[in-house]
Design a protein around this ligand. Structure first.
Ligand code: FMN
Length: 242
């Protein structure tokens, strides 16, 4: 049987379409059960997972303005142990088609390594997304992604701890900047799989990333404003074959 036009194999995992929910905007999936049909999507990127639980910042954590939304959640999450005990089993039991990408955070390179090692061998994880926007406490709080040497160190350390595919998450988050960054990365690496994220509000926005060479796209803020949007984007891409 011919493959459905929107399906794709990315780093060894089968995604039945390229649309994901972006990290931190969909919790661990359970929060959205009954709000949207997660299996209509290609997958979900989980909330950040850190080695210890994090309460995050005090409210207010988000502020809407006419151009979008600012957030300062502070990477609140239940921590590795509870994610292994509760969140990942729920995803395994409840998702049939959507793939799970786990977002990993740390404040030292070693933190990332501990979480990645803890997730190694766990079934139901398609890939890990390493959040390089975190402040590196060993470098005065400079974000890991701002320093190529720190990126190399974190990704090499994570690579040594797992056989799972790794996505290195860098932070240009506005649509035109993100699309340009996607094109540059895909061209300069000869086609490394990229998740295009930042500023997607319509199917045409998603198409911009896909045309720039993104293998997958992720929707964040726009899905918080309209939980039906990700499914609408999938339906639109299906209707026009991409
Ligand atoms: C409320 C909220 C929480 C987020 N939490 C995380 C997170 O835990 N880890 C991460 O890598 N990105 C996190 N992000 C960033 C999103 O995954 C995404 O990269 C960013 O919002 C840009 O995409 P958008 O323009 O579609 O929102 C968060 C974003 C929002 C709005």
């Amino acid at each position: 049987m011919a493959a459905a036009p929107l399906s794709r194999e990315v780093l060894g995992a089968h995604f039945h379409n390229p649309v994901l929910l972006a990290a931190g905007t969909a919790g661990f999936g359970r929060e959205l059960a009954g709000v949207m049909n997660l299996d209509r999507l290609g997958g979900i990127v989980t909330k950040a997972v850190s080695r210890e639980p994090r309460a995050g910042n005090r409210a207010p954590r988000v502020a809407e303005f006419p151009g979008g939304m600012l957030n300062s959640v502070g990477l609140a999450n239940p921590g590795l142990a509870r994610v292994l005990e509760e969140a990942l089993p729920w995803l395994r039991q409840n998702l049939r088609k959507a793939r799970v990408v786990v977002n990993v955070v740390g404040f030292t390179a070693e933190d990332f390594g501990v979480v990645v090692e803890g997730l190694e061998g766990v079934t139901g994880i398609a890939a890990l997304e390493i959040n390089l926007s975190c402040p590196n406490t060993s470098a005065g709080g400079l974000e890991f992604g701002a320093d190529p040497a720190s990126v190399t160190r974190v990704i090499s350390l994570c690579r040594a701890k797992t056989r799972l595919p790794l996505f290195a998450k860098l932070s240009p988050a506005l649509l035109p900047v993100g699309v340009l960054a996607t094109r540059k990365v895909v061209e300069r690496t000869g086609g490394i799989p990229v998740i295009g994220v930042g500023g997607i509000r319509t199917a045409d926005d998603a198409r911009q990333y896909l045309k720039a060479g993104a293998a997958l796209v992720a929707i964040g803020t726009a899905a918080l404003a309209n939980p039906r949007l990700p499914e609408q984007v999938v339906a639109d891409l299906e209707r026009y074959g991409g």
